[in-house]
Design a binder for this molecule. Sequence first.
Ligand code: ADP
Ligand code: GLC
Length: 485
Amino acid sequence: MSSLRALAIASEMAPLVKTGGLADVVGALPHALAAENIELRTLIPGYPEVLGVLHAGETVLEFDDLFGGPAWIHAARHNGAAIYALIAPHLYARESGLYTGPDGADYPDNAFRFAALAWAGAQIGLGALDGFTPDVVHAHDWQAALAPAYMHYAERPRPATIVSIHNIAFQGQFPKELLQPLRLPPHAFDIDGVEYYGAIGFLKAGLQLADRITTVSPSYAREIETPEFGMGLEGLLRARADRVSGILNGVDEETWNPATDAHLGTRYDHWSLPSRARNKAALQKRLRLRVDPDAFLLGVVSRLSWQKGLDLLLDVLPQLMRGRAQLALLGAGDKTLEEGFVAAEAAHVGRVGVHIGYSEELAHMIQAGVDAFLVPSRFEPCGLTQLYALRYGAVPIVSRVGGLKDTIVDANEMALQADVATGLQFSPTTADALAIALREAERLFEDAETWRKIQVNGMRTDVSWRNPARRYARLFRDVAATRVG
Ligand code: ADP
Ligand code: GLC
């Protein structure tokens, strides 16, 4: 198998910089694809947290003026991956969020911050670097999605292009007056180009002009062709349906492995499942819950946003607290939800333990300590936390949407009889359906042997990158064969 060169462009990459699952996926793909003989290098913004880590390396490309200031590309290696950091102090040297300022609002120059990323990626695609011209450019989400457009309008020989949708709710829409400042030609403002409902759509442009489109599960690939989930892009996606594929995310098996996890007091695998109880006790202590081995401990690790459906959990909490349940929740985001969970903790001392904030360590402790892990999303392109839960023997309870639907085998009667169940699914995503699923889960939990079988089935499920990497590799090779010029 001949080797192929690819450039990924993304706004996050774990472990350097992460706000969600996008970072996990971008961080894992270089290793996953190396096994398929694909050399994937990754271009990310040179945020302060990135530059703080990537000291060694060299400048490989300079721009005198990249949307208002000088910029350069710093090449370095981190965790075995080749990284290009786009250093542009006027765009990225900020101490607040990746996308938002101290007031929580989007930075007013986000159009330029991410157009710059896409522009720099497009220059690499067009051959600006000595010694590395990619066969494929892979742009992730709206922040990178102008790259195929820049290469398209350059009208020069170019690599094949792929845009991956991790979340269609974020599209990058900006006023049409920015067309020229964004270095897009007048004819780009067209329904077949970057124009989107009278404005400029970054994601729209990428979906229109890339050779191929992927998203992160087969079910989400179908869902986004409907008005309910497509968020305005369903028509375009239907028109290009033969170019769209859904490839499930995998799990980084080194980071998420209960047998070797350095964050855990007690490490275990499916042969030593009983020792998992010690992690349950440790978690209960850590989150001020009553230490009770028989409590039905539910866990959540999530961004707190409408997407994730956690308002429904608040709705059913009073009911849940009538039984033997406890809740361990780690999350941050929407202020109303944060306050709701803090209030729930105060109302149910010893039964609800909440940590508002971001903590890798606690995220691992929750996966290793809870009996069941809850993901009641209204939509979920793939979802990673239910996959981590499978690995850790925390039984996932999920809404039947997107990647949740594709990765969990519901414990219905047939699946239980065949001993293939790995979790519980519910639908529609409402408080009533969630309450029914939670009652059913608690009933199954009472039957220790059945519950253990569901845990072991989950722990034995292949959630690695092996199969997804093979599918990406096939896609990269197919599309590279059609490259222009
Ligand atoms: P999304 O990308 O939509 O947020 P995913 O399930 O794909 O959802 O990925 C979420 C990732 O972010 C997981 O790695 C999860 O463990 C992590 N995560 C979310 N919230 C927190 C938090 N408060 N602290 C630590 N990790 C978190
Ligand atoms: C997005 C989605 C999530 C997915 C992640 C990585 O953040 O919300 O479902 O797992 O991207 O692809």
